[in-house]
Design a protein around this ligand. Structure first.
Ligand SMILES: *Cc1c(COP(=O)(O)O)cnc(C)c1O
Length: 351
């Protein structure tokens, strides 16, 4: 029988996002936190869950958790919007803040979801390629933005997957020099100190995105935030789906965010793990000069580039260690100390 219905061309060949499948002893492939929540925080979370009114729709503006988030970062809650992961917010910004045929600027390499969402909204996506050391040519980005009349520039800072970051001054220069809306994805900024979250309100073309999935170790809850001036915030709130963040997530995350000192301590541990991992790789590089390139990281992962990345990736998997293969590079999440040690030993053997 001939089917009259055909999927349209923009979705016909799409495949669902597939994280790495299978059981691995050591998971260093998704930039998650290796820490579990302290038991007192966990029991606070369970209490919050127990008191959730499951027969009612959630608070559409997630007021309580936005207030906790704002307190943690010392900003005003009026400029915070919660999303079902920052992924949802990226999708909302792309679908609502761009019109068909508009130009959006992305950088490469950068977070793969930007291109994915742009492919669904029928916009023109222009890619600015990073330099060979994976830094960004800020002046080039500005001039491409202005030449193409871009309506949005979207990038992660510090960047996933490069682990490299732009300073505050460089990002300010971009924001002030373009007419595009700058969507600044600070998913990893808890591991660095160059955030613009506290000055988000000062610009009429900036949205800062944050997530609870990385530094706060709450990837399972699916919660992210957009921070922007009043006008942009009003628009984001108006276009998002009303009940986007479920009640259990709202109350559980609010409980966790009310322990700022514990969160800081956890971040300190993660940063120490990444420093140890970077140092271990540097030692390895001394033993095997030129064997790979190690990029300077300001995140909770490191990136190394090596000609035989795929071979090393597959050998690591065979040893039960999962990292992320990205072309000719491996992205390795900082893990628990013993996980880092095991990874370094395996790498030394393979290289
Ligand atoms: C992990 C990640 C996110 C995802 O965040 P969720 O809040 O879990 O959707 C967003 N941006 C970048 C660059 C990331 O690496």
């Amino acid at each position: 029988m001939i089917s009259l219905y055909q999927l349209n061309s923009k979705i016909r060949d799409l495949k669902p996002y597939e994280p790495l499948e299978g059981e691995y002893r050591i998971r260093l492939d998704a930039n998650e936190s290796f820490l579990s929540l302290p038991t007192n925080v966990m029991s606070k979370m369970m209490d919050a869950f127990a008191y959730t009114a499951f027969n009612r729709y959630p608070d559409p503006l997630a007021v309580d958790v936005c207030r906790r988030f704002a307190e943690y970062y010392k900003i005003r809650p009026e400029i915070v919007t919660a999303g079902n992961g920052s992924d949802e917010l990226i999708s909302v910004l792309m679908t609502a803040f761009l019109m068909k045929g508009d130009t959006v600027l992305t950088l490469s390499p950068d977070f793969s979801m930007y291109r994915f969402y742009s492919s669904l909204v029928e916009v023109r996506c222009v890619d600015v390629v990073k330099k060979s050391d994976l830094t960004i040519d800020v002046d080039e980005l500005i001039s491409v933005s202005n030449q193409t009349g871009a309506k949005m520039i979207l990038f992660s800072n510090p960047c996933n997957p490069t682990s490299v970051g732009l300073t505050r001054g460089q990002v300010r220069k971009i924001i002030r020099s373009v007419s595009a809306l700058v969507v600044l994805d600070e998913a990893y900024m808890d591991f660095w100190d160059q955030s613009l979250i506290q000055e988000a309100e000062q610009y009429d073309n900036l949205v800062v995105l944050r997530t609870c999935s990385k530094a706060f170790g709450l990837a399972a809850l699916r919660l992210g935030f957009a921070v922007a001036n009043k006008t942009i915030t009003a628009a984001v709130r108006a276009v998002k789906s009303p009940y986007n963040v479920n009640s259990a997530t709202q109350s559980a995350a609010a409980a966790v965010l009310s322990y700022p000192r514990l969160l800081e301590r956890a971040i300190g541990k993660i940063v120490n793990s990444r420093i140890a991992l970077s140092q271990g790789l540097q030692q390895l590089l001394k033993k095997k000069p030129g064997r790979f390139i190690l990029y300077p990281s300001c995140t909770n992962f490191v990136l190394i580039r090596l000609a035989d990345a795929r071979y090393v990736y597959e050998r690591l998997l065979a040893k039960g260690i999962a990292v992320r293969l990205m072309g000719d590079s491996l992205r390795i999440t900082a893990g628990a100390p013993e996980e880092n040690t095991e990874l370094l030993a395996a790498l030394e053997q393979l290289l």
